[in-house]
Design a protein around this ligand. Sequence first.
Ligand SMILES: *Cc1c(COP(=O)(O)O)cnc(C)c1O
Length: 342
Amino acid sequence: MIPHNQIVFANADKQLLHDVVQSGFFTQGKYVADFEAKAANFYQRKCATAVSSGSMAIRLALILAGVKAGSNVIVPAYSCSAVCNSVLSLGANVIPCDIAEGEANIDVYQAIQLAEQHRANVVIVVNTFGIPADITTLKHAGLTVVEDCSHGFAITADSLPQTYGDFVIQSLYATKLLGAAELGVVLFDDEALLGSAKRLREGYSQIPSGECINMKANEFSGALGVAKLVEATSIIAQRQARANIYLGNKFLSRHVVGNVNHRVWYRFVISVEQADKLIDSVASRVQILRPISPWLNDLNKFPHASTAYRRYLSLPIYPSLEEEDQTEVMSVLDKYLQDTAL
Ligand SMILES: *Cc1c(COP(=O)(O)O)cnc(C)c1O
């Protein structure tokens, strides 16, 4: 059976971990600092603060954006529950917003309306599956945008990221686009905030503060983060090559979700009417998954997100996916999509 995802570490990555072992220094130190310098350079942002996870990166970005207990924060209804949970961890309120019809990203016009209605200043935007969201429109409306790049971002012709959020966060959890171990980073340009960002992650404060919680990264994760940033453009190019093969298939190109240009292919997602049936009928040969699980108890108020949870399926597209395995995925799906004319 072809798995949905496969995690591979190169010998060079393992050598870096060995170097950390040899150094005898495992908590936040020079590898974390090197990771921050490389992240700032990769994303072309002035400041980078590494933290222990993507969730902590969102939490820290929200604090820097001025979110407090009782603040309202706009969150896409079709997103990973970690996004919602990071908001709740600050005692702030989640204001869910639908996605645009037939797409994967937040409906920016509804987000602007909800922000007015609920006096929210901050919106979290995910570039879902690696498809760039329309952040510029949100910023023009005066909103502060936390851009979650854990799945990907807009890219230039050279496969370099183009980010638009006031704050950019990246999870480098093992299964993500840049899979290290447990690691996150917050990026921004306002140098006046860097001191607070670094103080808040320490977990020690002169006066008691629930915002200041230990969210430091360690050297093992920092070293793997460095390795992944060095490989990032190659990872993006390998995924692009596999996406191109899928896009050359007439059934898959008809069912693919989202814009196919200037994006990262963290996920290759198709929309089909009978998703459960497809998952089951190919299960012995290919592992196909629903890419995101629902967390809202009033999901029916968000029709486009509901449809996305029901119809969207993610195909294997990892860098180590062999061409013959990808051919197998397409032949299994071709047969199914032809048979049932979905
Ligand atoms: C995984 C993920 C997170 C959470 O990151 P962790 O490192 O697992 O805490 C946040 N946002 C998105 C879009 C994710 O995919």
